[in-house]
Design a protein around this ligand. Structure first.
Ligand code: B1M
Length: 208
């Protein structure tokens, strides 16, 4: 088996100690940081499928998520371009009731790599917190993430509250997450929907 396959398997199986070593080994063997990251993202899809099919349960899913984070820590510095001048300022969080943060963190990582300053509001973010942070000066983009169909209404509530703000013309609203679609983004009044972290970073450059 190749190191990249070993890495994906280690993430799937939540091997916390193995994952960072294997991620480093992939890089040392010449694998591009983005390919190394994509192997780990693919592993999380397998984890999700196994969960859906009842082959694994929440604890296994959680430990795989922790293992992935350790691998992401290895590739993160290699993906950063480190521009000195900020391309803009973004705030970003996962909506109220939703604890998923891997995707949000990857989006933040890619947008920071594109030169933005990003304030991470964390997970389970109340609508009022999004509004409070979006009222601060210099915020160009508000990023809202949701991973559960059951938290899509919280995304709608959040976007509606942001749309009602007096300084609404100052920032753009970007939404994303596995259950979100362009149609849903249009319906709730978001400015931009993207499917993954790389396209979120591309879109941020055009929005700011
Ligand atoms: Co949860 N979970 N989970 N989970 N979990 C899913 C999402 C699920 C699809 C699994 C499944 O059934 N196949 C399912 C949701 C089903 C649905 O809603 N239809 C599910 C469920 C049901 C649950 C619980 C309800 C389980 C339970 O308790 N019975 C529970 C809910 C807890 C809560 O939030 N209140 C729960 C809990 C958890 C853990 C805590 C164990 C853990 C999260 C740990 C963490 O994040 N720190 C977890 C995990 C790991 C998953 C899966 C396996 C992986 C998610 C992930 O990290 N993917 C997931 C199955 C899956 O997605 N295949 C699943 C990798 C990540 C890189 O992708 O997050 O999609 P993703 O992000 C992408 C894009 O979506 C996009 O870019 C990212 C990077 O490319 N994106 C944006 C995301 N946000 C964006 C914002 C943008 C733009 C793009 O602009 C602002």
């Amino acid at each position: 088996m190749s190191t990249i396959t070993d890495l994906a398997t280690a993430v799937e199986n939540g091997k916390l100690k193995l994952v960072p070593n294997l991620a480093k080994q992939c890089i040392d063997e010449g694998c591009a940081p983005m390919d190394t990251l994509n192997a780990m993202i693919g592993a999380m899809d397998v984890v999700g499928e196994k969960f859906k099919n009842g082959e694994i349960f929440v604890p296994e899913m959680l430990i795989a998520a922790k293992a992935m984070k350790k691998g992401v820590d290895v590739v993160k510095p290699l993906l950063a371009e480190g521009g000195a001048v900020s391309a803009g300022k973004m705030i970003m969080g996962t909506v109220h009731g939703d604890l998923h943060d891997i995707g949000k963190n990857l989006v933040i990582m890619m947008i920071e790599s594109a030169g933005f300053e990003v304030i991470d509001l964390g997970v389970d973010v109340p609508v009022a917190k999004f509004v409070e942070e979006a009222s601060k000066p210099d915020v160009n983009i508000v990023g809202v993430s949701a991973l559960l169909t059951t938290t899509m209404p919280a995304m709608q509530e959040t976007v509606e509250a942001l749309n009602a703000m007096p300084n609404r013309s100052q920032f753009k609203i970007m939404v994303g997450g596995a259950p979100i679609t362009q149609a849903f983004a249009d319906e709730i009044g978001a400015d931009c929907y993207t499917t993954d972290a790389a396209s979120a970073a591309q879109a941020a450059k055009t929005l700011a």
